[in-house]
Ligand binder design. Structure first.
Ligand code: SF4
Length: 307
């Protein structure tokens, strides 16, 4: 090095010796070499020091899919910061549809429009209002504007059929909180209808593929969403269904049979899980497949470094 501490190339004499391999630096850090594998152990925390007082359907779903995810995202409340994104995603389209359907049905209550052209006019006003409420610009919204006429047509046709069964819209986006021991179950129900027999019908809108919605119904206890919403309403005569708002295919109802039985089993499950959590049961990182593909806690559980 120079007097000022600047690194210099080795002198010609040193370079000559190096070229003759008289001096070797071992090991040369530039050469590949074997290192012992040191996989990261799977995390195994317990969450008893972080009492759970409020539980939503999505939080409980996290616990069922992967206890560690629940610990990280719900108990420690670690969340990825929202990015400023200029492009709208499928989720934005779903939010927009949810908002506009609430506005549309609230308007329809007083407008009493029965024929399709009148309903198209009202639903278009609702769509504009929802766009304003969510502050979506016209250019951002362009890809959805192309799909909208098809979704609208499918939805209005479904609505006519649904009403022909005697069902009537009651309320949209209903926030509910209900105590369950020391816990409060919370959630927003997409829609409540009244059926011809006077019983309530709980509806959850879905903008996913039809096969995903059909799978939810088939899997019974595995799917906790409708059962959780049913738990927010104290009604033993309640019916529940997903309504798939198709982009390519028409809107379709997927009724969940025996929702009251599923609700009761779910409540039992929640009580058990919360009791175990309080007793300090370990919360392992158990996720698999899709659960891990879209998990915000993947960098925390270090799943990619276990093996
Ligand atoms: S990446 Fe998978 S294992 Fe890790 S926290 Fe998420 S769901 Fe659990």
């Amino acid at each position: 090095a120079s007097e000022a501490g600047e690194r210099l190339v080795p002198s010609g004499f040193v370079q000559e010796i190096l070229l003759d391999h008289v001096i070797t630096f071992a090991p040369d850090p530039r050469l590949p070499r074997a290192l012992p594998a040191r996989p990261t152990p799977r995390p195994l925390p317990s969450g008893d020091a972080l009492p759970v007082t409020r539980l939503s359907a999505s939080a409980y779903e996290d616990l069922r899919r992967c206890p560690y995810r629940f610990f990280a995202l719900r108990q420690l409340r670690l969340q990825a910061p929202d990015e400023l994104e200029s492009e709208l995603g499928k989720r934005d389209f779903g939010n927009w549809l949810h908002s506009l359907l609430k506005i549309f049905h609230d308007m329809l209550k007083t407008a009493a429009a029965q024929d399709i052209p009148a309903r198209v006019a009202i639903i278009n006003i609702a769509a504009e209002r929802a766009t304003q409420e969510l502050a979506l610009s016209e250019s951002e919204f362009l890809p959805f504007a192309a799909i909208w006429p098809r979704v609208r047509k499918g939805y209005l046709a479904w609505l006519a059929e649904h009403e022909a069964t005697g069902a009537v819209f009651d309320a949209g986006e209903v926030w509910r909180e209900i105590p369950l021991g020391p816990l409060t179950l919370v959630g927003k129900i997409d829609r409540m209808d009244r059926q011809s027999d006077g019983h309530a019908l709980l509806i959850d809108y879905k903008t996913e593929s039809r096969s995903t919605t059909a799978e939810r119904i088939k899997s019974g206890q595995e799917d906790t969403q409708l059962a959780f919403y049913a738990a927010l309403i104290e009604d033993d005569t309640l019916a529940a269904a997903y309504v798939n708002l198709g982009e390519k295919e028409p809107t379709k109802t997927y009724a969940q049979p025996d929702i009251v039985g599923l609700r009761d089993e779910l409540i039992e499950g929640i009580r058990d899980d919360m009791a175990r959590l309080e007793q300090g049961a370990p919360l392992p990182a158990l996720g698999e497949g899709k659960a891990c593909d879209y998990c915000a806690a993947r960098g925390l559980c270090r799943k990619d470094f276990w093996n």
